[in-house]
Ligand binder design. Structure first.
Ligand code: PLP
Length: 410
């Protein structure tokens, strides 16, 4: 028997496992950990959506297998959302599919379109399913650095894509983009998408856009959709999610929309794998999309005010972090004094000395080194408490550094 299964061998050990283990140990020892490490929304799903689920679940006919590509009312609701929000028209039969969260959609689309050895251009640092969806599917990755000197530079990005096309054999099959980005919280504009679409058309490459943070923006600058570019639909699909927009992460509801051939391929794979989300979840998701938008604004305002408290309190503690314009994350440079330890070492110190958990940037890819990701998933009081802990760490950097053993637990 093989020592390790083929696909499992292609998946590196989970980089966050070590921080998670230390977090669990600390909690077992009774330490109160302020946990900014995960991207798990902590706010309640708006009550009208929950009520719709409860009302629907009482109807026994909703207990049967559902529709793999999403019930018609749900697909229609997504068509309405794209039209209202982006001015993009979609055909509900051929250009929209519901997914079990955008993560499942991305992973199964990768499975649908990847032949062994196909080259995929993925962002780095990135949300893990962007590279590993293709890795699991047998593809070959080429990583495109998303940040230069800490911020997104569209020109550098396009140059990296040009180089990738010249130097990849076989030629790349698809490009993944994700703006607003997890973990870096960067935005792009429509001009960048225009350039990207022209480039991808010229080189006959598919474009896959992950727009999971479509509604999580804070400076009055709503992120565009790739599909707003004329002709983008000929080569692109885009993923969205209800997880953050309506604080519904556990419900597992997302969408892919766009190119008919790609949506058809995903629908075909999914028709073999699942029967769709539980019908009451689909009905409630449709009512979320068709319903009032003040709940989205409320969720947005909560994240925004946490963001403002975080940036202000950390700055007073001596840690300057750029204010993220979007997403539910701050992408924070490891403070100078701790540079040598890298993002993993600094994360361990924050956990041990301040009871604060963050995600080390290296966990999102090699170009994530030098940063940590702070999730805005604790309330303002806890954020202020965390900043006091950080201040203690920064004020005592010398003593902490001389006592630090990177191999040691807590
Ligand atoms: C960029 C990005 N895409 C997709 C997802 C997954 O979202 P979903 O809950 O829709 O699967 C996340 C979750 O953190 C994310 O950050």
């Amino acid at each position: 028997m093989a020592e390790e299964f083929y696909r499992i061998k292609r998946l590196p050990p989970y980089v966050f496992a070590e921080v998670n283990r230390l977090k669990a140990e600390a909690r077992t020892a009774g330490v109160d950990i302020i946990d900014f490490g995960m991207g798990n929304p902590d706010m309640d799903t708006p009550s009208h959506i929950v009520e719709k689920l409860v009302e629907t679940v009482r109807k026994p006919r909703t207990h049967r297998y559902s529709a793999s590509k999403g019930i018609p009312g749900l697909r229609r609701a997504q068509v309405g959302y794209y039209e209202r929000r982006f001015g993009v028209k979609l055909n509900e039969e051929t250009e929209v599919i519901a997914t079990l969260g955008s993560k499942e959609g991305l992973a199964n689309l990768a499975m649908a379109i990847t032949a062994p050895g196909d080259v995929m251009l993925v962002p780095n640092p990135s949300y893990p399913i962007h590279p590993y969806g293709f890795m699991i599917a047998g593809g070959t990755l080429r990583h495109i650095q998303t940040l230069y000197n800490g911020s997104f530079d569209p020109e550098e990005y396009m140059r990296s894509l040009e180089r990738a096309v010249v130097h990849s054999v076989p030629k790349p099959t698809a490009i993944v983009v994700s703006f607003p980005s997890n973990p870096t919280a960067q935005l792009c504009d429509l001009d960048f998408y225009r350039e990207l679409v022209a480039f991808a058309k010229k080189h006959h490459i598919w474009l896959l856009s992950d727009l999971a943070y479509a509604e999580m923006y804070y400076d009055g600058n709503p992120p565009p959709s790739l599909l707003q570019v004329d002709g983008a639909k000929e080569i692109s699909v885009e993923f969205t999610s209800l997880s953050k927009t309506f604080s519904m992460p556990g419900w597992r509801m997302g969408f892919a929309v766009g190119n008919e051939r790609l949506i058809g391929a995903l629908a075909r794979i999914k028709s073999y794998l699942d029967y769709g989300a539980f019908t009451p979840i689909q009905v409630a998701a449709a009512s979320a999309l068709n319903g009032p938008t003040d709940c989205i604004e409320e969720i947005r305002q909560t994240y925004k005010s946490r963001r403002d408290v975080l940036i202000e309190a950390m700055s007073r503690a001596g840690w300057d972090i750029p204010a993220p314009p979007a997403t539910m994350f701050a992408w924070a440079p490891v403070p100078e004094r701790f540079h040598n330890l890298g993002s993993m070492g600094f994360s361990k110190i924050l956990l041990k000395e301040a009871g604060v958990a963050v995600a080390p940037g290296i966990g999102f890819g090699e170009y994530g080194e030098g940063y940590v990701r702070i999730g805005l998933v604790e309330n303002e009081q806890r954020i202020r408490q965390a900043a006091r802990g950080v201040k203690k760490v920064l004020d005592n950097a010398d003593a902490i550094l001389s006592a630090f053993d990177p191999e040691e637990g807590l």
